[in-house]
Design a protein around this ligand. Structure first.
Ligand SMILES: NC(=O)C1=CN([C@@H]2O[C@H](COP(=O)(O)OP(=O)(O)OC[C@H]3O[C@@H](n4cnc5c(N)ncnc54)[C@H](O)[C@@H]3O)[C@@H](O)[C@H]2O)C=CC1
Ligand SMILES: CC(C)CC(=O)C(=O)O
Ligand SMILES: [Mg+2]
Length: 372
């Protein structure tokens, strides 16, 4: 029996809906294994601005610092996206949280699930067997550099800066991950144009000597954007800076079949944070169409981080079961879609009672009454 404190930041848009499913799954895990997960929710993003004027209230940051792990839904709201003059924005809360917690590495696994190959717009023979890991630098680069306007407001700038230590600390994690996988690391950069990219290349090339078992190659990001969907099986570990990793990983979600399937772990100095790679998908808010699996798989990564491997494996098994049985939201199952809640219930029920496997769409409320 373990007792863990998990700070939950549901956020905005579909964030609360998908987070609720992941919390339910963690409750099912706790029930099944006799653990205690203390899961309290805190404000971050547009909801926090509305309530306090601050996208990352002190109470939220303090709770994250005091937690064993953090689970995040997503933040962002069209009222800020469509107002270029807004002084306070939901995204500032997320960026400040990442920086304050020292979460310098965002790890985004991309898998082509064989049962979903038919849902991908990409050709089966190109994507089958894809299993890659993106290491995206998360607290530096252009998202964090000085930004602003010139005095007349007619020009704007966003500075991109990287230091050697910032590159080294994430590169070590990526090299170690590659060493334990298929021993290949691809640095994605724009070293033909950007000085920051030339520093990345220099540092990674030097570090490669420490990891002789890992084959390193280098790709310009424009080429990588093409290669990642043309022949994704060539990749094992991709290491890249903040903005390139943000873009390449959303693109890579097409391989899995939906942005709603890709989880992530953000790790760094102490407490780690787990979140789907997607945003707050405001068009879907309250409609029950958001896929909760990315957040549920983020919860599985959270369990692995807490060294609860059997628990995480059971969550993955339950997700596989949902995939195999077509218990999927409408972007993956347009003819007989399940709601966000039903997908979450199915997975939680399977974890709580996987010996019975009695679940069906109609008995779910009865079956789950014991665990939710
Ligand atoms: N980590 C975070 O909290 C992030 C927040 N954002 C914010 O989210 C808001 C919306 O941004 P968008 O560019 O529209 O990106 P988004 O990721 O919210 O949605 C893009 C598209 O992906 C699909 N999608 C996303 N999540 C899905 C899910 N769970 N199930 C099924 N389909 C899903 C939908 O087709 C959607 O139109 C903005 O305010 C943005 O700043 C964007 C990315 C990350
Ligand atoms: C909303 C941004 C701050 C970041 C983003 O798109 C992401 O982390 O995937
Ligand atoms: Mg993104």
């Amino acid at each position: 029996m373990v007792s863990k404190k998990i700070a939950v930041l549901p956020g905005d848009g579909i964030g609360p809906e998908v987070c609720r499913q992941a919390v339910k799954v963690l409750e099912a895990v706790a029930g099944r294994f006799g653990h205690r997960f203390d899961m309290q929710s805190y404000l971050m993003g547009a909801c926090a601005i509305d309530a306090t004027g601050n996208p990352l209230p002190d109470e939220t940051l303090d709770a994250c610092r005091a937690a064993d792990a953090v689970l995040l839904g997503a933040i962002g709201d069209p009222k800020y996206d469509h107002d270029p003059t807004a002084k306070v924005r939901p995204e500032q809360g997320l960026l400040r949280l990442r920086k304050s917690l020292g979460l310098f590495a965002n790890i985004r696994p991309v898998t082509a699930y064989s049962v979903l190959l038919e849902h991908s717009p990409l050709k089966r023979e190109r994507i089958e067997g894809t299993d890659l890991l993106i290491f995206r630098e998360l607290t530096g680069g252009i998202y964090f550099g000085d930004k602003g306007r010139t005095a007349d407001g007619e020009a704007a700038y966003d500075h991109c800066t990287y230091s050697r230590p910032e590159i080294e600390r994430i590169a070590h994690l990526a090299f170690r991950a590659a060493a334990g996988r298929r021993q290949k690391l691809t640095l994605v950069d724009k070293a033909n144009v950007l000085e920051t990219s030339r520093l990345w290349r220099e540092v990674v090339r030097e570090m490669a000597a420490e990891y002789p078992e890992v084959a390193v190659d280098y790709l310009f990001v424009d080429n990588a954007a093409m290669q990642v969907i043309l022949s994704p099986t060539q990749f094992d570990v991709i290491l890249t800076e903040n903005m390139f990793g943000d873009i390449i990983s959303d693109e890579a979600s097409v391989i899995a079949g939906s942005l709603g399937l890709l989880p992530s772990a953000s790790v760094g100095e102490r407490v780690a944070l787990f979140e789907p790679i997607h945003g707050s998908y405001p068009q879907a808010k309250g409609k029950g169409i958001a896929n909760p699996i990315a957040t549920i798989l983020s919860a599985a990564m959270l369990l692995e981080h807490l060294e609860l491997d059997a628990e995480a494996a059971l969550v993955r098994e339950a997700v596989d079961e949902a995939l195999h049985n077509g218990v999927l939201t409408k972007e993956l199952n347009p003819t007989a879609p399940y709601t966000t809640e039903e997908v979450g219930n199915y997975i939680a029920f399977w974890i709580a009672d996987s010996n019975e496997k009695q679940w069906n769409k109609n008995n779910v409320e009865i079956g789950l009454s014991t665990i939710i």
